[in-house]
Design a protein around this ligand. Structure first.
Ligand code: DSN
Length: 420
């Protein structure tokens, strides 16, 4: 494939001038800012090209060999290819690659095994959990009976004994292990023991760490949890989408719960791009990438600590960490805004036992998947920590912010994305 033409193809194929301008602007933004959002990444040009292909034209409700439409021979091959590569990557015997997103994947698992009113035990949102694990506005919060576990107030790490105690009290039908802002290894085996003790199903939502698991730098949940759900666009660096992995004994209920249970036609252009992503993640170089993400995360976290920032749980084992800004006299909201004005893009985040509301927050979340894809290493992590600190300490000084904005542009221009 001629890499040179891929991005040009993506842009120049858009004949709607207004849209072409906007896409170009977004490409320029991604190239000129420092992307530290833990759930974002730069997917390959092959993945982008595949998503922008004629595969988007095809309806294919059903599954390979059993569709509700004619003309599905090729999409059958594509979906089989994605399934086989996904199973190889995660060492599984069954997966469903149709979920449009991580939330859709979770929803399909809930539909497979739960009835309205059934009990779920999941991580508190404030301590790192996810909206789709029981937030009151989410369908989980509306249709299921949710109990939550917190991290230990001192260590800010999951207290497995406390999870066990809560599981014995609430007797959930489903326990969820997984988070969107938790920087420590999740021990799926301990969750399995607890689930077995109370007769619960275990679902691991590995959306954030899927790429780290694929790269061998985080323990796997596959073969331990009954159901593993993931997104394909975070550390896995593929197209925006979801997937479900389980033992094949659950294939019938999972397939039915995805389609027709909670989705219609699969997005075949995205499934094709997932297959490309899995191939890339099967390449030995992906293991090196996953290791570098964690090395960079640990380094950046340590540099921030050296500058006097309090890190939630004292450090990180994965691609992200949370900074508690309380001792710096700035909220997460204010910090994220002022950093963005200097071209440093991250998000405000609640920290465990946060006294501030989720729109304000006491913390920020910092992640390294995207900057690692760009090729940055430890030296750049030092520069990034210096810039974050400088902006926060000079937050009312517009010329200091402008100075950092130029430094950011200079740094990212040395690690260009989508430029060849
Ligand atoms: N929105 C994702 C994140 O940023 O973690 C989770 O869905």
């Amino acid at each position: 494939m001629d890499k040179k033409n891929l991005i040009n193809h993506t842009i120049s194929n858009v004949v709607d001038e207004e849209m072409q301008t906007l896409i170009k602007k977004e490409l320029d933004r991604q190239r000129s800012q420092l992307i530290l959002i833990a759930s974002e990444n730069f997917t390959s040009q092959e993945v982008i090209k595949t998503m922008g292909s004629v595969m988007t034209n095809k309806y294919a409700e059903g599954y390979p060999g059993d569709r509700y439409y004619e003309g599905c021979a090729i999409v059958d091959e594509i979906e089989e290819l994605a399934i086989n590569r996904c199973n190889k990557l995660f060492n599984s015997n069954y997966c469903n690659v149709q979920p449009h997103s991580g939330v859709q994947a979770n929803t399909a698992v809930f539909l497979s095994i739960l009835n309205c009113g059934d009990k779920i035990l999941s991580m508190n949102l404030r301590d790192g959990g996810h909206l789709s694990h029981g937030h009151k506005q989410n369908l989980t919060g509306r249709y299921f009976d949710i109990s939550t576990y917190s991290v230990d107030p001192e260590t800010e790490v999951i207290d497995y004994e406390n999870v066990r105690k809560l599981a014995k009290i609430s007797k959930p039908k489903l326990i969820i292990a997984g988070a969107s802002s938790y920087s420590r290894i999740i021990d799926y085996k301990k969750f399995r023991e607890i689930a077995d003790e109370v007769g619960a199903f275990l679902m691991a939502d590995i959306a954030h760490v899927a790429g780290l698991i694929a790269g061998g730098v985080h323990p796997t949940s596959v073969g331990i949890a009954d159901f593993t759900t993931a997104t394909t666009h975070k550390t896995l660096r593929g197209p925006r989408g979801g997937l479900i992995i389980s033992d094949k004994k659950y294939s019938g209920i999972i397939n039915k719960s995805v389609f027709p249970g909670s989705q219609g036609g699969p997005l075949m252009h995205v499934i094709a791009a997932k297959a490309v992503c899995f191939k890339e993640a099967l390449d030995p170089s992906f293991k090196e990438y996953a290791k570098k993400i964690v090395d960079n995360s640990k380094a950046l976290c340590n540099f921030m600590k050296e500058k006097g920032y309090r890190i939630v749980s004292g450090g990180t084992d994965n691609h992200l960490f949370l900074v508690d800004l309380t001792n710096k006299g700035i909220t997460g909201y204010e910090a994220a805004e002022v950093l963005a004005s200097a071209g440093i893009i991250l998000n405000k985040n609640v920290i465990p036992y946060d006294q501030l509301n989720p729109n304000i927050t006491s913390g920020i979340r910092i992640g390294t998947p995207a900057v690692t894809t760009q090729g940055m290493g430890i030296e750049e992590m030092q520069k990034i920590a210096d810039m974050i600190d400088y902006v926060i300490m000079h937050r009312n000084n517009t010329s200091a912010i402008a100075e950092v904005k130029n430094k950011v542009k200079d740094l990212v221009s040395q690690f260009p994305v989508y430029s060849n």
